[in-house]
Write a protein that binds this ligand. Structure first.
Ligand SMILES: NC(=O)c1ccc[n+]([C@@H]2O[C@H](COP(=O)([O-])OP(=O)(O)OC[C@H]3O[C@@H](n4cnc5c(N)ncnc54)[C@H](O)[C@@H]3O)[C@@H](O)[C@H]2O)c1
Length: 320
């Protein structure tokens, strides 16, 4: 049983925390939040010691791993201190706020021989896994086009850390498109070219609220990745088009629709897992399985770093 400390007990921290009682091979041993009330609440809810400083938690608890769920600017120091103690790290997206930080995290983990996992939960979303299986089976043929829109209405974003570049590292590309980039790489291969456009319409913020990235994979797939914090009723969708078929992961309606060139109708593979939080459950279970030697990593710190590198290229393209 590996002992984990969760750092950051806010929105997504709460989702992660609720998984530990349900996964095998990991036990929640401590929690940390810089806000004393949040630290205390999480500690009391889960019956574990609570801290307001991750350094103190690392000193006092003998942890095997940490799960970092703080805003992005705080990922780096928490990860580096944990790695220094020999802890494995599961780190929320974006893994860091700069390429330099991301590289240092990957290098430090490699030097210490500890597992650094970027928390790209969509890789564990069952409809995405089914779409990947369809690609790998050859049902879609050569994948030529990929389109992903993750968007919605983020009311009040101007009052949150998400729109403060010094904490978030950027705008909606860092918040949302970071997932899209990972999905594109996961489903179609490594990115070799990046161009982007971005705009800001929300008063009082200096980061992009809306944007499009155009990616090219080494296999020649062209991807269009869209994000916006401004658009109610938005599609949230991954569309994968090959020369022999199509797969559509529909986050709004649920599930995945797949149609081969010769199929009369769309097929909808039955899902075995609930639509929403199973991806966090499977993500954290996978972290545990790797730590317990039961699985080899499906996602790593390198994947976290690549997403940040691609976002940096996108910002360079926007600012050209
Ligand atoms: N994978 C996903 O689908 C998903 C969804 C939402 C957020 N996220 C990511 O998770 C991270 C957290 O986002 P959130 O929405 O939970 O934010 P949040 O603001 O709701 O929670 C962050 C928590 O971290 C605490 N905190 C801040 N600095 C700290 C520090 N130095 N040490 C310890 N605790 C600290 C805050 O007090 C707060 O409780 C971000 O990187 C975000 O991008 C991922």
């Amino acid at each position: 049983m590996k002992k984990v400390g969760v750092i950051g007990c806010g929105g997504i921290g709460g989702v992660h925390l609720s998984q530990y009682a349900k996964v095998d091979g990991l036990t929640l041993a401590a929690v940390c939040d810089s806000d004393p009330a949040k630290a205390q609440k999480a500690g009391e809810t889960h019956g574990v010691p609570f801290y307001t400083s991750h350094q103190e938690m690392l000193e006092k608890e003998s942890l095997d791993a940490v799960d970092i769920c703080t805003p992005p600017a705080f990922h780096y120091q928490a990860a580096m201190d944990a790695i220094d103690k020999g802890c494995a790290v599961l780190c929320e997206k974006p893994m860091a706020v700069s390429v330099e930080q991301g590289k240092a995290m990957v290098e430090a983990a490699a030097r210490k021989g500890v597992f650094l996992m970027a928390a790209f939960c969509h890789r564990f979303h069952e409809p995405v896994a089914l779409a990947k299986a369809a690609i790998e089976s050859g049902k879609l043929g050569k994948v030529v086009s990929f389109r992903n829109r993750f968007a919605g209405k983020f009311a009040g974003v101007e009052n949150t850390w998400f729109s403060k570049k010094e904490i978030s590292g950027g705008g909606n590309f860092m918040d949302t498109t970071v997932h899209s980039i990972d999905l594109f790489r996961f489903l179609t291969g490594e990115v070799v070219n990046v161009v982007a456009k971005a705009s800001t319409s929300i008063p009082g913020i200096s980061v992009e609220d809306t944007g499009v990235m155009l990616l090219e994979s080494e296999n020649g797939t062209i991807g269009t990745l869209e994000c916006s914090w401004l658009t109610p009723n938005s599609e949230n969708i991954v569309e994968i088009y090959g020369d022999r078929g199509t797969a559509i992961v529909d986050y709004n309606r649920g599930g995945v629709r797949i149609k081969g060139a010769d199929d009369a109708d769309w097929g909808q593979p039955e899902l075995t897992l609930p639509e929403w939080d199973h991806r966090f459950h499977l993500e954290i279970q996978h972290f545990g399985d790797v730590l317990n030697g039961k699985a080899s990593p499906k996602v790593s710190g390198f994947d976290g770093l690549r997403a940040i590198e691609i976002i940096a290229q996108a910002y360079a393209s926007v600012n050209k």
